[in-house]
Design a binder for this molecule. Structure first.
Ligand SMILES: Cc1ncc(COP(=O)(O)O)c(C=O)c1O
Length: 380
């Protein structure tokens, strides 16, 4: 049996009429740039995330870049984040001439460990033992917690620390639209949240797309200016911006999918619950949902010592499991100049060698779920 990691064709089939109708609506309007569709989606996503404003942009990466820029992050600044994330989180920092300052993750949730943020700021704040640590601390402007795999980082604690040190928080919500922490949704804790509509995301378009959510109206207005070449009035450019707009076609598709999202999460949670029941008895570490959190299972990620062997076995049996992410960011070739070395973030490095994500999408049939369970058990 062949089971893809995600079956977007099956998802499309389940909502084909609504999607096709939305596409026709845009094609007939011939309004492809921004437009009422984007305005509508911005309103709907802002409501969904529990914030007052939103700005559609061309990708999740651009959402991060534009927010960081509006918050004043630039050359020489440092931004604290996790090394255990997709590269774009740190890339956005680097794109502005700033540098990522990594801290290790929590071993159970794989999200940034707030205590490590506190330690870093305290160590260096006390004068630090090293000049370089002091320099780094003085340059810290912001923190980017990433809500990895569809679960919020410990935002209560992150916000408490950020407020104490006067740091801005940008939530990387690329994998976690709809996830909540103590009753509030991802994107509603910090100065802003960055969403990605990359096709494989829980809310995915038919191409690239992203959005910034925030309750800071002036921040969102600024992003809406940056996304159209720094212009509010046509042909008057107040600053150097970008061409980073969300297409109307994407917005129309995403408006259809947003209505399905909560039902899809229920489907994901039901499959995750099945896995949770059977895998621990095989000695597999299943995803831990932290207290106060709801998980949206963008990925269902297990951890095992014999990860590479299990991955090969599953792939041979037709199950498209995958590793997110095999190389932590502090060990990426392009970040050699940051001066990190292996062993510096042991929790992230250990996770990179043990994690494995399994298919968990709501379109999986009962038979497919059973096949995945029996195949994993068969390996052991
Ligand atoms: C954690 C994280 N941050 C940022 C991004 C970047 O989003 P995009 O691909 O839409 O630029 C992604 C996804 O690709 C992601 O998973």
């Amino acid at each position: 049996m062949d089971i893809p990691l995600l079956d977007l064709k099956a998802q499309y089939r389940s909502i084909k009429d609504k999607i096709d109708e939305a596409l026709t609506r845009v094609v007939e309007s011939q309004q492809f740039i921004l437009s009422r569709e984007v305005d509508g989606l911005e309103r709907e996503i802002a409501d969904y995330c529990g914030v007052s404003e939103a700005a559609g942009v061309a990708s999740g990466t651009d959402a991060l870049i534009t927010v960081l820029r509006v918050l004043g992050v630039g050359q020489g600044d440092r931004v604290i984040t996790t090394p255990f994330t997709f590269f774009a989180t740190a890339e956005a920092v680097s794109a502005l001439g700033a540098k990522p300052l990594f801290v290790d993750i929590d071993p159970e949730t794989y999200n940034i460990d707030p205590e490590k943020i506190d330690e870093l700021l305290q160590d260096t704040g006390h004068g630090g033992s090293l000049d370089f640590a002091r320099d780094k601390r003085n340059a810290v402007k912001a923190i980017i917690p990433v809500h990895l795999y569809g679960q919020c980082a410990d935002m209560s604690r992150v916000m408490e620390i950020a407020d104490r040190y006067g740091l801005k928080v940008i939530e990387d919500c690329a994998q976690a639209i709809g996830a909540s922490h103590n009753g509030s949704r991802a994107g509603s804790f910090g100065a802003a949240g960055a969403l990605s509509f990359f096709p494989s995301k829980n809310l995915g378009g038919f191409g690239d797309g992203g959005m910034v959510v925030s309750s800071d109206r002036s921040l969102i207005e600024h992003i809406k200016k940056l996304r159209v070449h720094g212009s509010r009035q046509q042909y008057i450019h107040e600053e150097i911006g970008y061409n980073s707009r969300l297409d109307s076609l994407q917005a129309a598709i995403l408006r259809v999918k947003l209505k399905e999202l909560d039902a899809w999460f229920e489907g994901r949670r039901a499959i995750a619950a099945r896995y949770d029941e059977v895998f621990p008895s095989a000695g597999i570490t299943t995803p831990k949902v932290a207290g106060g959190n709801t998980h949206t299972y963008h990925q269902y990620t297990i951890a095992v010592d014999e990860r590479d062997e299990l991955l090969r076995y599953l792939n041979d049996k037709g199950i498209a499991a995958r590793v997110y992410y095999p190389v932590p960011l502090h060990l990426q070739p392009c970040y050699r100049d940051l001066g990190y070395s292996g062993g510096e973030f042991p929790v992230s490095e250990k996770a990179a060698g043990r994690v494995l994500s399994l298919p968990v999408y709501p379109e999986l049939t009962e038979e497919q779920v059973e096949y995945i369970i029996q195949t994993v058990k068969g390996f052991y």
